[in-house]
Design a protein. Sequence first.
Length: 426
Amino acid sequence: MPTLRRLLGQIYIQVLIAMVIGAVIGVCWPEVGATLKPLADGFIKLIKMLLAPIVFGTVVVGIARMGDLKDVGRIGVRSLVYFEVLSTIALVIGLVVVNVLKPGAGMNIDAAAIDGHAIAGFTAAAKEQGVIPFLLDIIPTTLVDAFAKGAMLQVILLSVLVGVGMSQLGERSRPLIDIIDLFLQTLFKVVGMVMRLAPLGAGAGIAFTIGKYGLGTLWSLAHLLIALYATCLIFVLVVLGGVFRSTGLPFFAFLRFIREEIFVVLGTCSTEAVLPRLMEKLEQLGCAKPVVGMVLPAGYTFNADGTCIYLTIAAVFVAQATNTHLSMMDQAVILGVLLLTSKGSAGVAGAGFVTLAATLSTMHAIPVSGLVLLLGVDRFLNEARAVTNLIGNSVATVAIAKWDGALDLDQARSVLADPKSGTTSA
């Protein structure tokens, strides 16, 4: 009994149980399941309200205590190089797999007969997206505006500037740095309290998904789901696993270390729901605070590996389903466009759909109305890409920390060797 009680006290076990209960509710009582979305949304909102101050505090304290400002620029450049390389690999792998498996072949959908009203909101948002508006949006209107909107890139820009300013003040800024650090530790305690609600949020999210969309939708587009999940699995095990092992650390032990976060994201389809806790864990692992504070939040915008895989698979799937022939040159153009558009829709509701709509609008060859085919299973597709994004950004933070000499390998090996690492009691 003590062993069972201790096991049930772990959040990831509670999340698993809640997800099973949520799935049963969604199947047996779909009307009830469809009404539980506010519980999942409430949990995510509780976490989101803490994101901006936690990212701000982590980056400011890290940079202010770093001393040499050249380190800040070096970490930023290395992060962007890493993000671009991994995003490109993800896009290419998705393109290869969708051409091999051909999940849309044989559907013979008449694009002219598709009602596009359901995606009107996404296509309208796609027209508003672009590289220049995206870059200008990184600059907040006021200091308070960045926190009020929860715009992560704006918060990062502001925190880097404040951190650099405090670093130049030297010892005079020490009392303020200590106060911000103490406030940051307080926020992490609040995160620990909020995470006790993770099982409720994850279970409600699963119940809503199954209750609203039903398992029948899964069967109708099973080939697409299999293609995406298989590709994400290959990418995680082969590419991300290879990158992580290059640091000299065991990959599966790391996945065990962040298992709570993986299960919460699987249930809620939101990587933001675990960002504060993940930042704390990566520091516990031995990654330097400045690296964690800069790389992990920035990766949420620039390193969405799972979303990149989804974009290539979904674009070619629509073409296959509507019998639209794509030459190798057409697919190369899709790849090139996605390298740009995949970076330009951060923070937009339905970002995957917006980016996809923008890409298809650019291509013209693929009917944008074909996105309607994805609406029913998008929530299920989102689970795979969200978990892949989470693992990808966690691996990126550790890899860049190792690359920059900011990873304590002895501490990391000690933490990963402990079977109880990465678990918290409810």
